[in-house]
Design a protein around this ligand. Structure first.
Ligand code: SF4
Ligand code: SF4
Length: 361
């Protein structure tokens, strides 16, 4: 299989140490050795040595959520996310993607989102229309919020409305390319989507990115892929925390006890951990789960639930167990995808987004 020398080195070196074995959210949910970084490396190594065909490991390659917990914990500095994404790219180039992934890829290419959606809910459509005039600041909602959690997307606009900030929301928001990047890695199609969005972003002074997954892509991957962004890119959490600091958003602490689910894209990739906590502490009393900040455990997402729903439910349930183990009754999320994932399985535990907390719902 064609693979960069760096990835090959990481594949061949990662194997036996087990130091990242216990932190994989998928491996812990399935209890299967095949889901660990080291087992995935072994599979890729067998393909590289032509002992098995690439198609034989494809399901396993798509069982990784690329959360980077193993990268963070790897004592020897190997990067399983890098070789997993390169293997996805190679599978796409060799026409060996499984059908269930091809469907998602085709949807991304045809509609800009993996779900093949073209319309959002009525209330959000109205809110977007009300913010269609061009201002200096753009609020980028992202495809998960816009098409799969439109109530949350609407609340994201309502929070900013409360502050009196003038902002635009695009009626036809281009895709960030982050879903394609997950599915087929750094393919030309991925980079094209990213370049198209960058062109639009560069028409604004400031872009507030609602989805941490998009924020990670625009702030990190675009640079890696040579896509220039001249607009100032700000995460939604840091923007809102700033508004609270400036007194533009009046906060009243309800005294409710909550814990925060750090999205790995903010905490591990962008090293942003305190802004969401600042927001929460203005409205509630913050406790901490075990494994927080950079050690966070991914709680599932909407994209992977399209092709492995039962495992994603288990992933979310395990994270809820982490919260209830410390006596928490309410989890606050900053990632719309984790919000949906947790909400889908929460029975006694309350799941709130930061917007829910701010708007008092
Ligand atoms: S990136 Fe996350 S899901 Fe993938 S192997 Fe590492 S810890 Fe597991
Ligand atoms: S990724 Fe690192 S910590 Fe995990 S098994 Fe490989 S070498 Fe060990």
């Amino acid at each position: 299989m064609i693979m960069s020398e760096k990835s090959k080195q990481h594949v061949d070196s990662c194997r036996f140490c087990w130091m990242c074995h216990h932190i994989c959210p998928i491996g812990n949910a399935t209890g299967q050795e095949r889901n660990t970084a080291r087992a995935r490396a072994l599979g890729i190594s067998l393909v590289n040595r032509e002992a098995i065909d690439l198609s034989e490991i494809m399901d396993n390659i798509f069982e990784c959520c690329t959360c980077g917990a193993c990268v963070h914990d790897c004592v020897t500095g190997w990067d399983p996310v890098m070789f997993t994404k390169e293997t996805r790219l190679q599978a796409a180039l060799e026409g060996k993607l499984p059908d269930y992934i091809m469907t998602l890829v085709s949807n991304c290419l045809e509609t800009g989102n993996a779900y093949g959606k073209t319309e959002t809910c009525e209330k959000l459509t109205e809110a977007i229309k009300a913010h269609s005039n061009k201002k200096d600041t753009l609020l980028l909602l992202g495809v998960d919020a816009k098409f799969m959690a439109c109530e949350q997307a609407l609340k994201a606009t309502m929070v900013l409305d409360k502050t009196g900030v003038d902002f635009t929301v695009l009626e036809n928001e281009p895709a960030s390319g982050v879903q394609l990047d997950f599915l087929i890695g750094a393919a030309n199609e991925t980079k094209q989507q990213m370049a198209d969005l960058a062109k639009t972003l560069n028409e604004f002074k400031t872009v507030v990115v609602y989805d941490p997954n998009d924020a990670k892509a625009i702030k990190q991957l675009y640079k890696e892929y040579g896509i220039e962004v001249s607009a100032s890119i700000v995460t939604y959490t840091s923007f809102v925390a700033g508004l609270i600091r400036e007194g533009k958003l009046e906060a009243k602490n309800s005294g409710k006890s909550v814990v925060f689910q750090d999205p790995y894209q903010l905490s591990r990739d962008l090293e942003e951990t305190e802004e969401a906590r600042e927001i929460i502490m203005s409205y509630a009393v913050l406790g901490e789960m075990l494994l927080n900040r950079k050690e966070t455990v991914w709680a599932g997402n909407i994209l992977m639930a399209q092709y492995m729903p039962e495992i994603i439910k288990k992933v979310a349930k395990r994270r809820i167990f982490n919260a209830t183990s410390v006596g928490a009754k309410t989890i606050v999320t900053a990632s719309v995808s984790e919000y949906v994932s947790l909400k889908a399985v929460a029975e006694e535990t309350e799941i709130l987004s930061l917007e829910d907390l701010i708007l008092g719902e």
